[in-house]
Ligand binder design. Structure first.
Ligand SMILES: NC(=O)c1ccc[n+]([C@@H]2O[C@H](COP(=O)([O-])OP(=O)(O)OC[C@H]3O[C@@H](n4cnc5c(N)ncnc54)[C@H](OP(=O)(O)O)[C@@H]3O)[C@@H](O)[C@H]2O)c1
Length: 291
Protein backbone atom coordinates (compact mmCIF):
# COMPACT_ATOMS: atom_id res chain seq x y z
CA UNK A 1 0.00 0.00 0.00
CA UNK A 2 1.46 3.37 -1.04
CA UNK A 3 0.39 6.01 1.44
CA UNK A 4 0.93 9.78 1.38
CA UNK A 5 0.57 11.71 4.62
CA UNK A 6 0.19 15.49 4.55
CA UNK A 7 0.94 17.28 7.85
CA UNK A 8 3.62 16.00 10.20
CA UNK A 9 2.71 17.99 13.31
CA UNK A 10 2.18 16.31 16.67
CA UNK A 11 -0.42 13.77 15.55
CA UNK A 12 0.89 13.41 12.00
CA UNK A 13 4.35 12.41 13.25
CA UNK A 14 2.87 9.68 15.42
CA UNK A 15 0.71 8.36 12.60
CA UNK A 16 3.65 8.44 10.16
CA UNK A 17 5.87 6.50 12.57
CA UNK A 18 3.18 3.88 13.07
CA UNK A 19 2.53 3.38 9.35
CA UNK A 20 6.26 3.15 8.67
CA UNK A 21 6.75 0.67 11.53
CA UNK A 22 3.95 -1.51 10.17
CA UNK A 23 5.57 -1.79 6.76
CA UNK A 24 3.69 0.75 4.66
CA UNK A 25 5.32 2.50 1.75
CA UNK A 26 5.01 6.05 3.06
CA UNK A 27 5.74 9.49 1.65
CA UNK A 28 5.12 12.54 3.82
CA UNK A 29 4.84 16.25 3.16
CA UNK A 30 4.89 19.12 5.63
CA UNK A 31 4.88 22.85 4.95
CA UNK A 32 7.85 23.48 7.22
CA UNK A 33 10.62 20.99 6.53
CA UNK A 34 11.87 21.11 10.14
CA UNK A 35 9.04 18.88 11.35
CA UNK A 36 9.97 16.14 8.87
CA UNK A 37 13.59 15.73 9.98
CA UNK A 38 12.97 13.09 12.66
CA UNK A 39 10.92 11.09 10.15
CA UNK A 40 13.64 11.33 7.50
CA UNK A 41 16.11 9.89 10.00
CA UNK A 42 13.81 6.88 10.39
CA UNK A 43 13.97 6.27 6.65
CA UNK A 44 10.60 7.79 5.72
CA UNK A 45 10.46 9.47 2.30
CA UNK A 46 9.92 13.24 2.40
CA UNK A 47 8.34 14.99 -0.59
CA UNK A 48 9.02 18.67 -1.30
CA UNK A 49 5.39 19.36 -2.26
CA UNK A 50 2.00 17.89 -1.44
CA UNK A 51 1.47 17.05 -5.13
CA UNK A 52 4.67 15.00 -5.25
CA UNK A 53 3.74 13.10 -2.11
CA UNK A 54 0.30 12.39 -3.55
CA UNK A 55 1.52 11.28 -6.95
CA UNK A 56 3.39 8.35 -5.37
CA UNK A 57 0.34 7.15 -3.44
CA UNK A 58 -3.01 5.34 -3.71
CA UNK A 59 -4.36 7.01 -0.60
CA UNK A 60 -3.69 10.38 1.01
CA UNK A 61 -4.06 10.94 4.76
CA UNK A 62 -4.64 14.51 5.95
CA UNK A 63 -3.31 15.41 9.40
CA UNK A 64 -3.52 19.17 9.10
CA UNK A 65 -4.66 21.76 11.67
CA UNK A 66 -8.04 22.78 10.31
CA UNK A 67 -10.17 23.23 7.20
CA UNK A 68 -8.23 26.33 6.10
CA UNK A 69 -4.93 24.41 6.23
CA UNK A 70 -6.49 21.51 4.33
CA UNK A 71 -7.72 23.83 1.59
CA UNK A 72 -4.34 25.55 1.35
CA UNK A 73 -2.50 22.23 0.95
CA UNK A 74 -4.96 20.11 -1.02
CA UNK A 75 -6.31 22.64 -3.48
CA UNK A 76 -3.19 24.32 -4.77
CA UNK A 77 -3.19 23.78 -8.54
CA UNK A 78 -0.71 20.87 -8.63
CA UNK A 79 -2.22 19.05 -5.64
CA UNK A 80 -5.73 19.53 -7.07
CA UNK A 81 -4.65 17.73 -10.23
CA UNK A 82 -3.21 14.88 -8.16
CA UNK A 83 -6.58 14.23 -6.47
CA UNK A 84 -7.98 12.57 -9.61
CA UNK A 85 -8.30 8.81 -9.05
CA UNK A 86 -7.06 8.92 -5.44
CA UNK A 87 -8.69 8.51 -2.05
CA UNK A 88 -8.37 11.29 0.51
CA UNK A 89 -8.85 10.36 4.18
CA UNK A 90 -9.23 13.42 6.40
CA UNK A 91 -8.13 12.65 9.99
CA UNK A 92 -7.95 16.05 11.70
CA UNK A 93 -10.76 17.63 13.70
CA UNK A 94 -12.92 19.86 11.51
CA UNK A 95 -16.62 20.77 11.45
CA UNK A 96 -19.23 18.53 9.80
CA UNK A 97 -20.19 21.17 7.23
CA UNK A 98 -16.51 21.72 6.42
CA UNK A 99 -16.04 17.99 5.92
CA UNK A 100 -19.08 17.71 3.63
CA UNK A 101 -17.82 20.64 1.61
CA UNK A 102 -14.40 18.98 1.22
CA UNK A 103 -16.10 15.79 0.08
CA UNK A 104 -17.90 17.74 -2.63
CA UNK A 105 -14.71 19.42 -3.83
CA UNK A 106 -12.65 16.21 -3.80
CA UNK A 107 -15.34 14.27 -5.65
CA UNK A 108 -15.60 17.10 -8.18
CA UNK A 109 -11.88 16.69 -8.88
CA UNK A 110 -12.25 12.95 -9.51
CA UNK A 111 -11.20 11.71 -6.06
CA UNK A 112 -12.90 9.84 -3.24
CA UNK A 113 -13.24 11.27 0.27
CA UNK A 114 -13.63 9.77 3.74
CA UNK A 115 -13.40 11.43 7.13
CA UNK A 116 -11.67 9.51 9.92
CA UNK A 117 -11.15 11.75 12.97
CA UNK A 118 -9.50 10.09 15.94
CA UNK A 119 -9.56 10.13 19.73
CA UNK A 120 -6.18 9.59 21.36
CA UNK A 121 -2.90 11.36 20.90
CA UNK A 122 0.76 10.84 20.02
CA UNK A 123 1.35 7.77 22.23
CA UNK A 124 -1.83 6.07 20.98
CA UNK A 125 -0.94 6.86 17.35
CA UNK A 126 2.50 5.29 17.75
CA UNK A 127 1.06 2.25 19.50
CA UNK A 128 -1.82 1.83 17.02
CA UNK A 129 -4.48 2.27 19.72
CA UNK A 130 -6.32 5.35 18.48
CA UNK A 131 -10.12 5.26 18.43
CA UNK A 132 -10.99 5.91 14.79
CA UNK A 133 -14.42 7.18 13.78
CA UNK A 134 -15.26 6.97 10.10
CA UNK A 135 -17.72 8.99 8.05
CA UNK A 136 -18.02 7.35 4.65
CA UNK A 137 -20.11 5.13 2.43
CA UNK A 138 -20.13 1.48 3.57
CA UNK A 139 -18.15 0.59 0.42
CA UNK A 140 -15.41 3.11 1.14
CA UNK A 141 -15.36 2.04 4.78
CA UNK A 142 -14.92 -1.64 3.84
CA UNK A 143 -12.10 -0.75 1.48
CA UNK A 144 -10.11 1.48 3.86
CA UNK A 145 -10.88 0.10 7.35
CA UNK A 146 -8.00 -2.43 7.05
CA UNK A 147 -5.51 0.44 6.62
CA UNK A 148 -7.07 2.43 9.47
CA UNK A 149 -6.88 -0.64 11.74
CA UNK A 150 -3.10 -0.22 11.78
CA UNK A 151 -3.78 3.03 13.66
CA UNK A 152 -6.48 1.72 15.96
CA UNK A 153 -8.15 -1.62 16.54
CA UNK A 154 -11.42 0.19 17.09
CA UNK A 155 -12.39 1.57 13.67
CA UNK A 156 -16.08 2.36 13.70
CA UNK A 157 -18.32 3.42 10.81
CA UNK A 158 -20.50 6.22 12.21
CA UNK A 159 -22.45 7.11 9.06
CA UNK A 160 -21.97 9.19 5.92
CA UNK A 161 -19.40 12.00 5.75
CA UNK A 162 -20.19 14.60 8.44
CA UNK A 163 -21.41 12.15 11.10
CA UNK A 164 -17.98 11.18 12.42
CA UNK A 165 -17.09 14.90 12.50
CA UNK A 166 -20.11 15.57 14.73
CA UNK A 167 -19.15 12.71 17.05
CA UNK A 168 -15.58 14.01 17.29
CA UNK A 169 -16.82 17.48 18.28
CA UNK A 170 -19.06 15.93 20.95
CA UNK A 171 -15.98 14.18 22.36
CA UNK A 172 -13.68 17.19 22.22
CA UNK A 173 -16.09 19.47 24.02
CA UNK A 174 -15.95 16.82 26.78
CA UNK A 175 -12.15 17.14 26.84
CA UNK A 176 -12.47 20.90 27.25
CA UNK A 177 -15.24 20.75 29.86
CA UNK A 178 -13.58 17.98 31.90
CA UNK A 179 -10.24 19.75 31.87
CA UNK A 180 -11.77 23.04 33.03
CA UNK A 181 -13.83 21.29 35.71
CA UNK A 182 -10.86 19.30 37.03
CA UNK A 183 -8.64 22.40 37.09
CA UNK A 184 -11.31 24.28 39.06
CA UNK A 185 -11.69 21.46 41.61
CA UNK A 186 -7.93 21.17 42.02
CA UNK A 187 -7.71 24.92 42.56
CA UNK A 188 -10.36 24.71 45.27
CA UNK A 189 -8.52 21.82 46.93
CA UNK A 190 -5.12 23.49 46.94
CA UNK A 191 -6.34 26.92 48.05
CA UNK A 192 -8.60 25.29 50.64
CA UNK A 193 -5.61 23.55 52.21
CA UNK A 194 -6.85 20.02 51.52
CA UNK A 195 -4.33 17.28 50.71
CA UNK A 196 -4.42 16.53 46.95
CA UNK A 197 -3.95 12.83 47.76
CA UNK A 198 -7.19 12.86 49.77
CA UNK A 199 -9.00 14.55 46.90
CA UNK A 200 -7.68 12.09 44.31
CA UNK A 201 -8.27 9.14 46.65
CA UNK A 202 -11.97 9.97 46.88
CA UNK A 203 -12.38 10.93 43.22
CA UNK A 204 -10.70 7.73 42.00
CA UNK A 205 -13.24 5.61 43.84
CA UNK A 206 -16.20 7.68 42.63
CA UNK A 207 -18.37 7.77 39.53
CA UNK A 208 -16.88 11.21 38.80
CA UNK A 209 -13.45 9.86 37.95
CA UNK A 210 -11.99 10.23 34.46
CA UNK A 211 -8.54 8.83 33.56
CA UNK A 212 -7.72 12.25 32.13
CA UNK A 213 -7.55 13.61 35.70
CA UNK A 214 -4.67 11.25 36.47
CA UNK A 215 -2.89 12.06 33.22
CA UNK A 216 -3.02 15.81 33.79
CA UNK A 217 -2.55 15.98 37.57
CA UNK A 218 1.22 16.20 37.60
CA UNK A 219 1.26 18.87 34.87
CA UNK A 220 -1.11 20.99 36.97
CA UNK A 221 0.78 20.42 40.22
CA UNK A 222 4.08 21.37 38.58
CA UNK A 223 2.50 24.01 36.32
CA UNK A 224 4.38 22.31 33.49
CA UNK A 225 2.69 22.42 30.10
CA UNK A 226 5.74 21.86 27.88
CA UNK A 227 5.94 19.11 25.23
CA UNK A 228 2.22 19.12 24.53
CA UNK A 229 0.25 16.19 23.20
CA UNK A 230 -2.47 18.54 22.11
CA UNK A 231 -2.30 22.32 22.12
CA UNK A 232 -4.53 24.91 23.80
CA UNK A 233 -4.91 26.54 20.39
CA UNK A 234 -6.40 23.42 18.81
CA UNK A 235 -8.71 22.82 21.76
CA UNK A 236 -10.10 26.34 21.30
CA UNK A 237 -10.58 25.56 17.59
CA UNK A 238 -12.62 22.49 18.55
CA UNK A 239 -14.67 24.37 21.15
CA UNK A 240 -15.47 27.01 18.50
CA UNK A 241 -16.51 24.23 16.11
CA UNK A 242 -18.70 22.63 18.79
CA UNK A 243 -20.32 26.00 19.59
CA UNK A 244 -21.05 26.58 15.94
CA UNK A 245 -22.59 23.09 15.63
CA UNK A 246 -24.58 23.77 18.83
CA UNK A 247 -25.97 26.97 17.36
CA UNK A 248 -27.20 25.13 14.26
CA UNK A 249 -28.70 22.40 16.48
CA UNK A 250 -30.30 25.01 18.79
CA UNK A 251 -28.50 23.76 21.88
CA UNK A 252 -27.70 26.16 24.71
CA UNK A 253 -24.04 27.20 24.45
CA UNK A 254 -23.89 28.70 27.98
CA UNK A 255 -21.69 26.11 29.71
CA UNK A 256 -19.20 25.82 26.89
CA UNK A 257 -18.93 29.59 26.43
CA UNK A 258 -17.27 29.86 29.84
CA UNK A 259 -14.68 27.26 28.87
CA UNK A 260 -14.17 29.08 25.56
CA UNK A 261 -13.39 32.33 27.31
CA UNK A 262 -10.87 30.58 29.61
CA UNK A 263 -9.14 29.11 26.54
CA UNK A 264 -9.05 32.51 24.80
CA UNK A 265 -7.42 34.05 27.90
CA UNK A 266 -4.95 31.15 28.16
CA UNK A 267 -3.85 31.77 24.56
CA UNK A 268 -3.67 35.54 25.15
CA UNK A 269 -1.32 34.78 28.05
CA UNK A 270 1.08 33.14 25.57
CA UNK A 271 0.20 29.50 26.32
CA UNK A 272 -1.49 28.67 23.00
CA UNK A 273 1.14 26.21 21.77
CA UNK A 274 1.48 24.44 25.12
CA UNK A 275 -0.55 21.55 26.47
CA UNK A 276 -4.21 22.51 26.87
CA UNK A 277 -4.05 21.73 30.60
CA UNK A 278 -2.47 25.23 30.75
CA UNK A 279 -6.07 26.41 31.19
CA UNK A 280 -5.23 25.89 34.89
CA UNK A 281 -3.18 29.10 34.79
CA UNK A 282 -6.37 31.08 34.14
CA UNK A 283 -8.37 29.29 36.81
CA UNK A 284 -5.73 29.24 39.55
CA UNK A 285 -3.11 31.84 38.59
CA UNK A 286 0.13 31.94 40.56
CA UNK A 287 0.38 34.86 42.92
CA UNK A 288 -3.34 35.47 43.36
CA UNK A 289 -3.76 33.06 46.29
CA UNK A 290 -4.12 35.82 48.87
CA UNK A 291 -5.73 38.38 46.60
N1 LIG B 1 -2.45 16.19 18.80
C1 LIG B 1 -3.45 15.39 19.13
O1 LIG B 1 -3.41 14.69 20.15
C2 LIG B 1 -4.69 15.29 18.28
C3 LIG B 1 -5.61 14.27 18.58
C4 LIG B 1 -6.76 14.15 17.82
C5 LIG B 1 -7.00 15.04 16.78
N2 LIG B 1 -6.09 16.03 16.52
C6 LIG B 1 -6.39 16.93 15.37
O2 LIG B 1 -5.49 16.59 14.33
C7 LIG B 1 -5.12 17.77 13.59
C8 LIG B 1 -3.61 17.95 13.68
O3 LIG B 1 -3.30 18.14 15.06
P1 LIG B 1 -1.80 18.29 15.59
O4 LIG B 1 -1.89 18.27 17.06
O5 LIG B 1 -0.92 17.36 14.88
O6 LIG B 1 -1.49 19.79 15.11
P2 LIG B 1 -0.08 20.51 14.90
O7 LIG B 1 1.00 19.85 15.66
O8 LIG B 1 -0.35 21.95 15.13
O9 LIG B 1 0.19 20.27 13.33
C9 LIG B 1 -0.59 20.95 12.39
C10 LIG B 1 -0.13 20.63 10.98
O10 LIG B 1 -0.88 21.43 10.04
C11 LIG B 1 0.05 22.16 9.21
N3 LIG B 1 -0.52 23.45 8.81
C12 LIG B 1 -1.19 24.32 9.57
N4 LIG B 1 -1.59 25.37 8.85
C13 LIG B 1 -1.15 25.16 7.59
C14 LIG B 1 -1.27 25.88 6.37
N5 LIG B 1 -1.94 27.05 6.30
N6 LIG B 1 -0.70 25.35 5.27
C15 LIG B 1 -0.02 24.18 5.33
N7 LIG B 1 0.10 23.43 6.44
C16 LIG B 1 -0.47 23.92 7.56
C17 LIG B 1 1.29 22.33 10.06
O11 LIG B 1 2.39 22.61 9.24
P3 LIG B 1 3.65 23.44 9.81
O12 LIG B 1 4.48 22.44 10.57
O13 LIG B 1 4.32 23.96 8.59
O14 LIG B 1 3.10 24.53 10.68
C18 LIG B 1 1.36 20.96 10.74
O15 LIG B 1 1.84 19.98 9.86
C19 LIG B 1 -5.92 18.92 14.23
O16 LIG B 1 -7.13 19.07 13.54
C20 LIG B 1 -6.17 18.42 15.64
O17 LIG B 1 -7.31 19.02 16.22
C21 LIG B 1 -4.94 16.17 17.24
Amino acid sequence: MNVALLGTGLLGQGVAERLHATGHDLTVYNRSIKKTQALRQQGIRIAPTAAEAMSAADVVLLLLSDAAAIRAVLFDPAASRAIDGRTIIQMGTIGPAESCSLEKNVTGLGGRYLEAPVLGSIAEAKAGTLLVMVGATPEHYDKWAPLLRYLGEEVRLIGPVGKAAVLKLALNQLIAAEMAAFAFSLGLIRRGGVDVNDFMGVVRKSALYAPMFEKKLSRLEKRNYAQPNFSTRHLLKDVELALSAAEKARLSPAGLQGVRSLLIDTIAAGLGDLDYSAIYEQIDPLGSEHG
